[in-house]
Design a protein around this ligand. Sequence first.
Ligand code: ATP
Ligand code: MG
Length: 446
Amino acid sequence: MFMTGNDCSPMHTPGSDTTAGDGLPVLLPRSQHSISRQHINEHTLKVLYRLRRSGFQAFLVGGGVRDLLLGRQPKDFDVGTDATPEQVRQLFRNCFLVGRRFRLAHVRYADNYVVEVATFRRQPKPEELPENPEEHFFFAENVYGTPQEDAFRRDFTINALFYNIDDFSVIDYVGGLEDLAARRLRVIGDPATRFAEDPVRMLRALEFAARLGFSLDEATREAIYRAAPLIAEAAPARIREELLELFRHQVGGAVLRQAQAMGLLPHLLAGYEGDDETFALLEQLDGRTASGIPIQEPFVLAALFLSRFRQLCCPPQEATVSDALRTANLLLNSICGYFRIAQGSRAAARELLTGFFRLSGGRGRRGEGRFLRHPVWSQAMQLLQLWVAATGEGQELLAAWQEMGGAASPASPAAPGRPGTAGRRRRRPRRRKKPAAQTEKRPSDS
Ligand code: ATP
Ligand code: MG
């Protein structure tokens, strides 16, 4: 494990002020931390070394350093440098510049591995900002700076640590090492200001705290309570991506539960409010993802609305399938419209809910044979399984359906794809009668 604060080499200034207010970073030499080059992806190492040999600074930055120091497997490795994107492009034949909002260099390798290289940024001074306030965010994303300035524009202290390929030291400008040791998530700078700059950081704070099992620093927590409504101003496309990220990391249930407790959820999800059963269901869904089943957006959507859907149209004795369809549509439409979710996902979520409705009606109903052959059956069974595990309700119902072949094993989900198409027997196309005039026409006539 790394050593922090006062354990550092005396040539540097760890101090008790974890914000490094004196301007000097805490430097952890190679002998005092656990990051080895063996843990770093080979392509990333090549990029770091080539940048360095070309006279630029080259650091491993962001989540990669954080995760390696925690002994976790990083999801990916990002590189920070003082080379501009254009200079990076000139150094690597396999480099492409990407990002309209945040200009980045992607160095691509044959095995599809991409090393993301970002030029050090800084917060612009107020007098540098364009006149139109709407352009501020975009402008601020692309002002280049020093490594220290780059550390301070990042979101959380534990996400702002640098690993220097030159001497293998870890550089900490912001008190991230102390926070890692204390397992604490802390915003860099004044949380209220940083959340106002980019409200998505509130969601990221909950995400990282849940993923790493860290506590939220008190000032960060209080600022989320106060700034929660601001998240409604963030671009829905970004929120949607961050939400899916939560479920990919198997913390969707825990984070949304906390988001509700902190007053963030309705602003995040266009007025949505969850109940206990929903959060328990989402936690079960996270468990399913942890067992190796990739997350699918329709499944998340169906799980978000299942509890409400059940209240409105189960038990099915009092409702028809068209009632169920209408209710599913009603529940899904506003959120799908807000996030511009494609019709295919919307329809798949609706089918899952109506599949659940048909399962709730029990065995022996009309059309059971057809339903059992329908690909949604297996997915709806998985939803029912998760619901039973989350609430303890419906065990007998589940057992009765499982007698039909137990196809709802979570390890064998129905193939994702367009709803109602996979696995269905193809009908032979009906032969069309040719119109009389054409049947008489010979090729030579044309
Ligand atoms: P992981 O990749 O494991 O999800 P990460 O920390 O690498 O975690 P990314 O979303 O890949 O997260 O972002 C990389 C880095 O960019 C972060 O570690 C952080 O330093 C910085 N960053 C990302 N989003 C923001 C933001 N909204 N505001 C400030 N800095 C950010
Ligand atoms: Mg990352």
